[in-house]
Design a protein around this ligand. Structure first.
Ligand SMILES: NC(=O)c1ccc[n+]([C@@H]2O[C@H](COP(=O)([O-])OP(=O)(O)OC[C@H]3O[C@@H](n4cnc5c(N)ncnc54)[C@H](O)[C@@H]3O)[C@@H](O)[C@H]2O)c1
Length: 202
């Protein structure tokens, strides 16, 4: 039997991240390492079904902690990083932008640097297969009229809130780490997600 693919999910206790962790573990073929700082937005109740699974490990920690992230990447022989950890709510970013700058920009920068050092340490076969997937938002492209228009990958960046500006900055860092250092990256800019909120903290 082949080894499961080792995936480091950051922000896996959040709304989308927890659904991703559940999906990957249920799918089979993956070992998921969930690194989450457990801010107000993280909720381990959403991951209760994964507790005790040999294909799942939760680690409480910060994406900016290079020592912790580096040892997780080495220890778990990670092949894919899926980076979802972020400060995420537009209104909160208006009231207090500092955490958004710290996590979304500085945190992503530190995570990229740690991932780059790890990627460089891999043998050529594993280096070729490694991916750093940065999960961003379509809000980096600005606002659309209520009932028309679409964004595409060619849409110009036009962020309008501290949240979207911090995500735009992180997108540019991810692209720069690819173009400058060759780190294999995937960058996705999804629209608003929705789904069951039964796992949300009240
Ligand atoms: N929810 C949406 O509709 C939507 C739309 C587009 C893009 N996105 C992006 O998807 C990603 C996930 O969104 P979400 O709605 O699940 O967010 P969320 O706020 O529900 O969860 C974010 C998670 O990140 C963790 N976190 C925050 N700072 C951290 C740090 N420094 N180190 C480690 N963990 C940290 C939190 O504890 C939390 O569990 C984000 O990057 C967001 O920008 C979300």
């Amino acid at each position: 039997m082949s080894e499961p693919l080792s995936v480091l999910v950051t922000g896996g206790a959040g709304f989308i991240g927890s659904a991703l962790c559940r999906h990957l573990v249920r799918s089979g073929g993956y070992r998921v390492i969930n690194l989450d700082k457990l801010t107000y937005a993280g909720n381990l109740a959403s991951l209760a079904e994964l507790e005790g699974s040999p294909c799942y490990r939760f680690v409480r920690g910060d994406i900016a902690d290079g020592g912790l992230v580096g040892s997780l990447l080495d220890e778990e022989r990670v092949e894919i990083v899926m980076h979802l950890a972020a400060e995420t709510h537009v209104d909160r970013s208006i009231d207090g932008p500092a955490d958004f700058i710290e996590t979304n920009i500085v945190g992503t920068f530190r995570l990229l640097n740690t991932a780059l050092a790890y990627w460089r340490s891999l043998d050529p076969r594993r280096r070729a297969g490694f991916r750093f997937h940065h999960v961003s938002t379509d809000e980096v492209f600005g606002d659309l009229p209520f009932d028309s228009g679409i964004f595409t990958e060619e849409s110009p960046y036009d962020p309008s809130s501290p949240y979207s500006a911090s995500k735009a900055a992180s997108d540019h860092l991810v692209r720069a780490w690819h173009h400058t250092y060759g780190l294999p990256v995937v960058l996705s800019n999804c629209s608003n997600n929705y789904g069951p909120s039964i796992f949300r903290k009240s």
